[in-house]
Design a protein around this ligand. Structure first.
Ligand code: FAD
Length: 413
């Protein structure tokens, strides 16, 4: 019976792929703001416009950061001020249930949700267990739900940063630390095991370079254990690091040698200033590429390498870069990889780069958005980072704002 079911699955899967290749492929452009903002009413569009205008002002963002942190430290309730504005733009809700609204909207436009529990900076064992339980809950929510194609977690949500630093530096651990590290490994294993058992692909985010070897080591072990039939556990490669292209090739060889599949989320990397500052302060070679062009070149080269080895490597391009997204989309068509082939995904953050997400999804590519969630007070650091990312450089109108303006004009607003 199970043999027949497997054959049916194989046949349906391949039929879908063949159909995907034979049907005429609609062209793709990121300029279409009608598609990009089709899910927003006029009122919502206007609200986003005012929000991006506000966070485009560097003075406002600096003051907002100071005032919000002060209010939190003084226990002044500020949730009401944040929830309907910046929180609604960039987050799905305060808990998984509240994210259902975002998932439903995204799903109407064939975009998947990645529930991202975005609580940061915790450091007690109870907090780490809580984050593990919350991540397990996201996997259970994703199980059997085609609208949630991936789950995700950060190792720093499950482990003390100083412990990761010590493991990374291969320093000798005390007996208590050995036990603590064992608890970290079990939390990671619990999450990956459930992802495997429920057939829910799982991203492990990349973090600071001085803890990343420890994360890579854990992730490689999990890939070897749970990716025997296909990519379930995905590592993340930050292509702003000059050593990651080589690391990709080594990981690939290791997977061939040991007989497992690789999942990779390719990103440029989020912590450049911190990385450069630490390298300068501690006087070691800067792990970051010398310039943006080198970073872009390696990002493209990594995408090329993964596509060339798509038989073993599944990828997700986690990027808001239009050129990188368009390049991968075109490459898939050229190489006759079906646009809905599950081994290739595009991902962006909720509330950002809708022109990329919605236009790619509209053209039939696999797209998913990180939908961060958590109690408002706890996700403030995430929101501050999003605001800073959208702060204008020398008064220029940011990309998000220009796109919203374009769509408002098109709707005659
Ligand atoms: C779905 C998703 C998941 C993500 N997951 C992670 C993660 O796990 N870990 C993580 O670190 N980040 C992650 N990020 C963030 C990501 O790394 C980038 O910070 C962000 O997406 C901006 O890069 P970009 O490719 O979108 O586009 P761009 O705007 O083209 O590139 C900006 C990026 O280029 C790099 N860069 C800029 N200037 C220079 C320079 N002078 N020299 C070298 N490099 C430079 C930096 O990485 C900078 O962030 C994720 C992003 C997305 C969308």
């Amino acid at each position: 019976m199970s043999g027949i079911r497997e054959m049916n699955f194989w046949w349906n899967h391949n039929l879908r792929q063949i159909r995907g290749l034979m049907e005429p492929q609609p062209g793709i452009s990121f300029d279409n703001t009608e598609i990009a903002f089709g899910y927003k009413s006029k009122g919502e569009l206007r609200k986003s416009y005012y929000l991006f205008r506000l966070i485009g002002n560097p003075g406002f963002v600096s003051f907002g950061k100071f005032a919000t942190n002060l209010a939190i430290n003084l226990h002044i309730p500020i949730g009401w001020a944040i929830k309907g504005n910046i929180f609604k733009q960039f987050c799905g809700g305060e808990n998984i249930a509240e994210c259902a609204r975002a998932t439903k909207i995204l799903d109407q436009f064939h975009i998947g949700t990645i529930l991202d529990y975005s609580v940061e900076g915790k450091d007690s064992e109870a907090d780490f267990d809580r984050t593990r339980d919350e991540t397990l809950q996201t996997i259970k929510t994703a199980h059997g739900n085609p609208h949630i194609p991936f789950s995700v977690f950060k190792v720093t949500g499950l482990a003390r940063f100083e412990l990761l630093e010590k493991v990374n530096a291969k320093e000798k651990l005390t007996d208590a630390e050995i036990a603590e590290w064992q608890r970290v490994r079990s939390r990671v294993d619990d999450i990956c095991a459930l992802a495997h058992d429920t057939d829910t692909p799982l991203f492990i985010d990349a973090e600071d370079s001085w803890i990343q070897d420890a994360i890579d080591q854990l992730t490689d072990e999990m890939m070897e254990k749970y990716n025997k039939e296909k990519a379930i556990v995905y590592n993340t490669l930050q292509m702003y690091r000059h050593d990651r292209l080589e690391y990709l090739k080594v990981s690939h060889q290791r997977a061939i040698h040991r007989g497992y599949f690789i999942g990779l989320k390719l990103v440029r990397g989020a912590y450049m200033e911190k990385e450069r500052a630490r390298a300068a302060e501690k006087n070691y070679r800067d792990p970051i590429q010398p310039d943006k062009a080198s970073c872009d070149k390696d990002f493209d080269a990594a995408v090329d390498y993964c596509i060339e080895h798509i038989d073993r490597i599944s990828i997700c391009a986690g990027t808001h870069n239009e050129n990188s997204s368009m390049r991968l989309a075109k490459m898939m068509d050229e190489k006759k990889i079906a646009r809905n082939d599950k081994r290739v995904y595009f991902a962006q953050l909720f509330g950002m780069s809708d022109h990329i997400s919605f236009n790619l999804a509209n053209a039939g590519y696999n797209v998913a958005k990180y939908v961060p969630y958590g109690p408002i007070k706890e996700v403030v650091p995430y929101l501050i980072r999003r605001a800073q990312e959208n702060t204008s450089v020398k008064g220029q109108t940011g990309r998000e704002l220009s796109l919203i303006l374009k769509e408002m004009k098109r709707r005659g607003m």
